[in-house]
Design a protein around this ligand. Structure first.
Ligand code: FUL
Length: 698
């Protein structure tokens, strides 16, 4: 071989070695990366929020700041009960409202008198933060603090003096209660407040007033491992809603310098910024009830299992963490109903992810970086989060296939990017090989730290993930596959004004069986498959049944009297008669309200024909901020809309705290016309509101 050719061969060999050596190295990081503390935070995934403070005792969501420490008086406060409940629910940490907008401090801050130290609780010797940090240490949960920058109590709010106070309090919280994993700064700044008695509106500049640089420095100095939450981070960002969901496309990246507390374009936070300059992942904060704080009136409004399961999939399953709020009640305990629902969620999630059928099965990929064993496809199902599958430099589209020994049923896929090297994937599809043919299951955008997709069960011999777009070589550390059981929930039974009955369950694979004759429903009863008409007084009893394991729910029992199909509202003493049909539309979410100043407040309804009445029902307005609820009523009947007989008068006891449907029975009265009068309205409101009125004819 001539020297010339020898040189060429040598160069070629050298090139091959170099390119191989390059490919044997791991991929280069791409774009903004998470810090160590953010990586630790990503592992938290699901943790609890505790809203418990002065508002718990004043039944408020935002106190004015004029409350008195004497009002803070839990009778059975037990932080161990909170933490135990959360631990059993699978949560890894807890964040507490150390100070909310009303300024009251759950710890004996030396910088203010407006704290637990002047409350009757433990004769002023108590410290909720201390109790919580001890309970966290006992159960192995991490603790975080919510410190509201806005303070409606402080006389100096708006002046520089308050900012020093705010920073001093931050120091106290970060010094005295052990390790803190997250510091939560709220973006809300409403303006009005007590402010030491001034009772006025104070405006500040959210961007500059609080001297955020200094506040961040304090956190870094005292708790270097803590992430800071805010609308724009800097460590963790708000997700742009308080409903517990992130967008399907969700980047952990943000143009951070653009976003500040109170950022008006907060809807952008739902997805982050694809070309963000910093790593600022999303946290989904949501309450298990409508309110953040405990209100007895919401005892019947704890979110359903179906709702909570959706929240889980739409937060944790969409590259975000889930911060689920439990409003500790005025005893100082997590309410039994919330605890039960939390447990139900945990049980369902455990069931959904009980058996990873992808574990250890054969995996292959269209490209493996440098054909090197370190980056092989099988790294995605080896149970080791540090190993990953990745591709050659510049290869940004590739497929990875997982094949079963025999066709296997699946309905969930869980995917994870190796985020320590950046978030990369912006397009992927999932396909399943069913009876020898590839079938598209889903087409999605981002993955991030964790992406979970739900789909109808299919029996597949192979599952293939195609990365169709990635900013740089995709790096996938984990893929799991599950056959989650059907979601078994009790049927929801409704009847509309046209007398049509509908029954619904969360999962279409669940079967509903029901009876109309009062007998117990079973798998041998009538099967519900389509809506039906029901005009006469009937009790419906129904169960939900899971055909795959023969599990069934308890019985849901609903009574419907005559339908309201021929009813008409004839008169309302004030307000809009046009809207008054909502009183009799058999829709529990709609309501009617009277004008503001009229009394007596009453409603007259024509039932269309004469019945023998034996009672009536009053459903108060539902929703977050109810008003105009009747506490004392008068119910009259008439056959001619002229002569009226009072059939019943009385009180709806506890309706303020528990605004559920009220039922009143009376001696039989012949009537075609009925009249409900609000003799006394809650909080002496001048308005009257009605969700729904019904009657008993038997
Ligand atoms: C909001 C606050 O105004 C609410 O009261 C609650 O604390 C929620 C978590 O954040 O911005």
């Amino acid at each position: 071989m001539s020297k010339f050719y020898l040189n060429i061969v040598l160069i070629a060999v050298l090139n091959f070695c170099i390119s191989h050596a390059q490919n044997n190295d791991g991929p280069e990081p791409y774009g903004p990366l998470p810090t160590e503390r953010q990586l630790a935070w990503h592992n938290m995934e699901y943790y609890g929020f505790i809203h418990f403070n002065m508002n718990t005792f004043t039944n408020m969501e935002w106190g004015m700041g004029s409350e008195k420490p004497a009002q803070f008086n839990p009778t059975r406060l037990d932080a161990r009960q909170w933490v135990k409940t959360m631990k059993e629910a699978g949560m890894k940490g807890v964040i507490i409202t150390a100070k909310h907008h009303d300024g009251f401090c759950l710890w004996p801050s030396k910088y203010t008198e407006h704290s637990v130290k002047n409350s009757p609780w433990k004769n002023g010797k108590g410290d909720v933060l201390k109790d919580l940090s001890e309970a966290c240490a006992e159960y192995g949960l991490k603790m975080g603090v919510y410190l509201s920058p806005w303070d409606r109590n402080h006389a100096d709010y708006g002046k520089p003096e308050y900012v020093s106070y705010f920073h001093n309090q931050l120091r106290e919280l970060l010094t005295n209660y052990g390790e803190i994993f997250e510091v939560w700064f709220d973006g809300a700044n409403g303006g009005t407040g007590y402010y030491g008695g001034a009772n006025e509106t104070r405006k500040i500049d959210n961007k500059t007033y609080y001297q955020w640089d200094k506040a961040i420095e304090i956190v870094r100095e005292l708790q270097p491992n803590a992430v800071i939450f805010g609308d724009g981070g800097p460590g963790v960002r708000w997700v742009g809603n308080e409903e517990g969901w992130a967008n399907e496309t969700n980047w952990s990246l943000l143009e951070r310098n653009k976003v500040y507390p109170g950022y008006p374009k907060y809807k952008e936070l739902l997805s982050g910024h694809e070309n963000g300059t910093h790593w600022v992942p999303a946290e989904c904060d949501v309450s298990i009830r409508p309110g953040w704080y405990y209100h007895p009136s919401e005892d019947s409004q704890v979110k359903s299992l179906e709702h909570l399961v959706n929240i889980y999939y739409e937060s944790v399953g969409r590259n975000a963490s889930l911060l689920l709020n439990l409003p500790v009640d005025n005893r100082g305990l997590i309410h039994e109903k919330d605890a039960a629902q939390l447990k139900a969620l945990k049980q369902q999630i455990d069931k959904d992810f009980a058996n990873d059928v992808a574990k250890g099965i054969k995996v292959s990929a269209t490209n493996v970086r440098g054909n090197h064993s370190e980056f092989v496809a099988n790294n995605v199902n080896d149970g080791d989060e540090k190993t990953y599958w990745t591709t050659d430099d510049g290869v940004t589209t590739a497929s990875i296939s997982m094949s079963f020994d025999k066709p296997t049923e699946v309905n969930r896929i869980l995917l994870q990017e190796y985020i320590a090297l950046g978030q990369r994937v912006y397009g992927f599809t999932v396909e399943a090989k069913v009876d020898g043919n590839w079938k598209l299951i889903d087409k999605q955008t981002t993955i991030g730290v964790k992406r979970i997709l739900r789909f109808d069960s299919i029996e597949a011999s192979e599952i293939r993930v195609n990365i169709t777009g990635s900013k740089a070589e995709p790096i996938i550390s984990n893929i799991e596959l599950y056959r989650a059981p059907n979601l078994l929930t009790q049927p929801i039974i409704t009847r509309d004004k046209k007398a049509i009955v509908t029954m619904e369950v969360a999962d279409k694979n669940i079967i509903i069986y029901y009876t109309l004759d009062g007998s117990e429903p079973s798998e041998n009863s009538r099967k519900y498959d389509t809506a039906f008409k029901l005009n006469k007084p009937t009790t419906i009893k129904a169960i939900s049944y899971n055909p795959e394991n023969a599990e069934k729910t308890g019985i849901r029992e609903v009574y419907f009297d005559i339908s309201k199909k021929d009813w008409e509202v004839l008169k309302v003493s004030s307000g809009n008669l046009k809207d008054a049909y909502r009183i009799i539309d058999d829709n529990l979410t709609s309501s009617w309200t009277s004008g503001a100043k009229d009394s007596p407040n009453e409603v007259i309804i024509d039932l269309g024909k004469t019945y023998l009445l034996q009672g009536f029902t009053y459903m108060p307005i539902q929703g977050r901020w109810p008003f105009g609820i009747i506490s004392q009523y008068e119910f009259s009947t008439s056959t001619d809309n002229k002569t009226w007989t009072i059939a019943s008068t009385g009180e709806f006891s506890n309706i303020k705290n528990n605004p559920i449907e009220q039922t009143v029975k009376f001696k039989t009265s012949e009537a075609r016309y009925i009249k409900l009068k609000g003799v006394k309205i809650i909080d002496d409101d001048k308005r009257l509101s009605v969700g729904e009125i019904g009657v008993f004819t038997k």
